[in-house]
Design a binder for this molecule. Structure first.
Ligand code: GLV
Ligand code: MN
Ligand code: MN
Length: 403
């Protein structure tokens, strides 16, 4: 059995780093002092768990336990969205360390090494481009993508160099030696809560396509420009956003979100001349994402023409949906049964580093019930009881895989 007090205390301690005291939201972005502080705390836990620590060229932190020839990897992330919660990513990392520490304390014999990966920048908050560390491990990250910049024009590559990392050549970071990858994560939806189950086995992960749309009109005087001749970029963008919602309302499982918008010049008495907004489109079926992408762009183009503004879409990130390996699903289900819980399968609407690792290894994911399905929000919550049973189940699965 895992040490539940230690795990829960660590979860609490990690949640204090980057915490906004007013809202309770957590802000930990890549290559910042908050992230660095979190890395130091988490690596201290890895050392207590008997692991040796390496950092690869893009800043993935890898704790290794064992000296065998084969390796299974566990992992998740410690960065957050703006005003995020305390469980998304952090729980997966701390549960993985707890599993290893329990194995270490019991001196269980192993046939495979266990690695715990803390992946660099899963959320994509800083550069509008996420899953950076897991992309690199899967050999999917390109040099061109490293040139993406944050709002202050610092590129991913520059940020890495500021933190003494040497990302190039990227091929050096790719891993081909992982026998299996497992990730424990909060569900971030309401399925398990509705089923009254503490945990579930993930069968597939829906992938995000992120677009950034720039609408350009003409910025003019708010008092002196008659309504019929305006080229208002914000009014056009508003119509576009509602068009996206209408398109998605006609689908069954697909979702799309406009979560970020900037208005220029952003003055009370100035007609907006330029608006940039993002679109996050997701489905478990890649073909459906592609079809939605085309119909959304077509509709936005029509709005732009009618309103005499221009519309330019740009792809920020495109990720492939992934299926989990049936062998790992079965192993997780059999560990769940040992704890007297009915195994239940579900898909993940949220994205995870596991999606990328699927390109180089079989993946498995265990979900933990989320209260009210709320996530990417300071109210994100999973109960201590659910976390403890989930981590024990995760422990059992890992022990079965490495024995
Ligand atoms: C990560 O949480 C994502 O699904 O965007
Ligand atoms: Mn997240
Ligand atoms: Mn996450």
């Amino acid at each position: 059995m895992i040490n539940e007090n230690r795990l829960l205390r660590r979860l609490q301690d990690l949640s204090q780093i980057g915490r906004n005291e007013v809202t309770g939201g957590i802000n930990r972005f890549s290559f910042t002092s908050e992230e660095q502080q979190a890395i130091e705390l988490v690596t201290s836990y890895m050392k207590q768990a008997g692991m040796t620590i390496t950092v690869d060229g893009v800043g993935n932190i890898i704790g290794t336990y064992g000296e065998e020839s084969e390796t299974i990897m566990l992992g998740s992330h410690i960065d957050t969205v703006p005003e995020g919660g305390k469980y998304d990513g952090a729980l997966g990392v701390l549960a993985a360390i707890e599993v290893v520490q329990t194995i270490y304390e019991h001196q269980l014999p192993l046939s495979k090494n266990i690695e715990v990966a803390v992946f660099k920048d899963e959320e994509g908050t800083r550069f509008g481009f996420g899953l950076i560390g897991s992309r690199a491990i899967a050999g999917l990250l390109t040099h061109e993508e490293l040139q993406k910049t944050d709002t202050t024009d610092i590129s991913i590559e520059e940020a890495m160099k500021q933190f003494q990392l040497s990302p190039l050549p990227l091929e050096r970071i790719k891993r081909n030696d992982i026998q299996a990858y497992l990730e424990m994560h909060i569900e971030q939806g309401k399925v398990l809560e509705n089923e009254e189950l503490p945990v579930g086995v993930v069968t597939g992960i829906a992938a995000p396509l992120w677009l950034e749309v720039t609408v350009t009109g003409v910025s003019e005087h708010a008092g002196a420009t008659p309504m019929p001749i305006r080229q208002d970029a914000l009014a056009a963008a508003s119509e576009m956003i509602l068009a996206i919602e209408r398109i998605l309302n006609d689908t069954t499982d697909s979702v799309a979100t406009v979560g970020k918008l900037s208005v220029e010049p952003n003055g009370v008495n100035v007609i907006p001349g330029r608006v940039t907004f993002t679109i996050d489109i997701r489905d478990i079926d890649e073909q459906k994402i592609n079809t939605l992408e085309s119909s959304i762009i077509e509709q936005l183009q029509k709005v732009a023409e009618r309103r005499n503004v221009t519309m330019t879409p740009k792809v920020l990130q495109r990720v492939k949906p992934a299926k989990t390996a049936s062998m790992l699903q079965q192993q997780l289900a059999s560990s769940i049964e040992k704890y007297g819980v009915q195994p239940y399968s579900l898909i993940s609407g949220a994205g995870h580093d596991a999606m990328n690792i699927a390109a180089v290894a079989p993946i498995g994911m265990l979900f933990v019930r989320s209260k009210d399905g709320i996530s990417h929000n300071p109210l994100e919550y999973s109960s201590d009881e659910d976390i403890v049973i989930a981590t024990n189940i995760f422990y059992d699965t890992v022990v079965e895989l490495v024995k």
